[in-house]
Design a protein around this ligand. Sequence first.
Ligand SMILES: C[S@@+](CC[C@H](N)C(=O)[O-])C[C@H]1O[C@@H](n2cnc3c(N)ncnc32)[C@H](O)[C@@H]1O
Length: 303
Amino acid sequence: MDNIGPDNWPPNCSYEAARAHFVTALVDLGIEREEARREAELALQHVTKMAAHELLLNAKAVLSVAHAGTLAEILEQRRRRVPLQYVLGETYFCGLKFAVGPGVLIPRADTETLVVAAGDYIKSKSPVSLLEVGAGSGAIVISLLKQFPQLVATAFEISPQAAHFCRINAICHGVAERLTLIEEDYLEGLAKLGSSKHFDLILSNPPYVPLAVASTLAPEVIAHEPRLALVGGGPDGMGFYRNFAKHLPSLEATAHAALIVEFGDGQADAVKELFELAGWGELQLWSDLGGRPRVLTSSGWQW
Ligand SMILES: C[S@@+](CC[C@H](N)C(=O)[O-])C[C@H]1O[C@@H](n2cnc3c(N)ncnc32)[C@H](O)[C@@H]1O
């Protein structure tokens, strides 16, 4: 691990050598080579402000001392297992850039499945009044607002830090006027809305990691990402699904809404059964890019 301190950065190194050095340093930390390569690419692009093809064209050019210093600082933070996205202050989701940092969950590529399922629904039922529970960085709701210019949405987010990032991202993507962000527990907030709003579609990627699984997560996740966003679903991670199934049909704002939720790998049967038993109709599972069921859609509670 000593090889990644600022003093050990190779002198007069080329972009190519910098990339190799970055990858080796991350692999030494126990990060998989493929992920290390991806991080090296993102870090180089971020620091040099060059696109992938420019970096390749300039592979033999010498990195400036300032850029080498910044890359060394990034590696220093990665040594402390701070997620790269927090170090860079940004990540990509559905092809869009989102600001992230401590206090907000880093949106995952798997969650794009939920956006695809929601897009399908919105295309078939337009116009749609949308609600997201647990907006985090706003990755889901903002991606949909960008995709569907007629769409308006409301989102609940209980964490002030996460809501702050959501607000910034909504402004940066030019959708702030179409997004009502409510910084409150969603059940309390929905009860307060009474009949002043009616939602057609509810989306949520709630906290679903079972407590027993939390300790097995990568240090980047468990030591740095917000606990509430990971294990806020209670001991078995199912708390949000139970509350959705039970309470959403009896709240005026959500009584007739369809629902799309993400869940963890291995939770598909339990989540589907829970909504089935509670009387939700037209349940359908959607798989992520790896072919694992990760999203459940329902037309709503059957009266
Ligand atoms: C798993 S994260 C998902 C964030 C984002 N939607 C995404 O997919 O990247 C769940 C989010 O729900 C928020 N949350 C947890 N409990 C909540 C509650 N009772 N009401 C509103 N938001 C809540 C957390 O703060 C967190 O931002």
